[in-house]
Design a protein around this ligand. Structure first.
Ligand code: ZN
Length: 283
């Protein structure tokens, strides 16, 4: 969760930082330590701030305890602005398949076909699809859709002829309904699905064009990506050391004050393994 602290000023440390590093992420000024546990680091120079930045690059996976909820909130907000007017639930007939994965592979393609049929007869049909699974692991779909009037029987008959699953539920979203809350509810229920990562997808024109504020887009140059967590890199830099990459998983640390050179080893997963193998070196 974002905190109150202003990320344009470096957090207080025991000693004053020796470099002009600004700690924050490119997109939203999240705080340096309050970020994805699997985040990587981007170091770049910002023209906007006339300073070097240490940026968190979150993993952006649904399953991440930090990125997941953030993604859900962001998506729910965008969905609300897309002004959908229908919630459509499409079921799958488990008797028609040997196992859930086969059901998913078949029906997700049929979903695109269904959309084509609707567009042909009923005009524009844009939607975001949320995949859910039942307790027994069978898929079904929730569509948050924007379209003109579609008779329930038409969707239901078409879906039944394509997949053998006649159960289709359509609900109108009224102006007073909280679309944001619906979407949060759908997305928060997400369980682990062994056979796909694509829980959510949407049609090309479902979301309204985003208008980016040029002020929020930081112009960055001299970008370098580091494999490890920004907190680790920040700790290093704040301590007056400079990192140089030797191999993809090892960095050399130069300490300006003590003339020491150490090595920082990063494990395969990008996590900090052992901080420092310090050895003094005469200059
Ligand atoms: Zn993450």
């Amino acid at each position: 969760m974002p905190t109150e602290q202003d990320s344009t000023t470096p957090p207080a440390t025991k000693e004053e930082p020796t470099s002009e590093f600004l700690i924050g992420s490119v997109e939203d000024n999240e705080l340096w330590l309050d970020t994805c546990p699997s985040a990587r680091t981007l170091i770049a120079y910002s023209f906007t701030h006339a300073a070097w930045l240490l940026c968190a690059l979150p993993c952006k996976r649904w399953g991440c305890r930090w990125c997941g909820p953030k993604k859900i909130r962001g998506l729910a907000f965008k969905v609300e602005r897309a002004e959908p007017n229908k919630l459509i639930t499409l079921t799958v007939n488990p008797k028609a398949y040997l196992e859930p994965r086969a059901a998913y592979d078949h029906t997700r393609r049929k979903l695109a076909d269904l959309a084509k049929v609707i567009r042909k007869t009923r005009g524009p049909f844009e939607y975001m699809r949320v995949l859910e699974i039942t307790k027994k692991g069978w898929p079904h779909y929730h569509l948050v859709a924007r379209s003109g009037y579609i008779p329930q029987a038409m969707i239901s008959d078409t879906w039944a002829s394509m997949t053998g699953a006649p159960i289709v539920d359509i609900r109108q979203i009224r102006k007073c309904d909280k679309v944001y809350a619906y979407v949060i509810k759908y997305l928060s229920k997400q369980q682990y699905i062994p056979w796909t990562n694509r829980r959510v997808s949407w049609t090309k024109h479902f979301f309204k064009e985003e208008i980016k504020d040029p002020e929020t887009k930081w112009k960055l140059i001299n970008k370098t990506r580091h494999l490890e967590h920004p907190a680790a890199v920040a700790a290093c830099i704040m301590d007056g050391r400079v990192l140089t990459r030797i191999t993809p998983t090892a960095f050399e640390i130069e300490d300006h004050y003590n003339d020491t050179i150490g090595k920082l080893y990063i494990s395969e997963a990008g996590k900090l393994n052992s901080w420092l193998d310090r050895s003094r070196r005469a200059r």
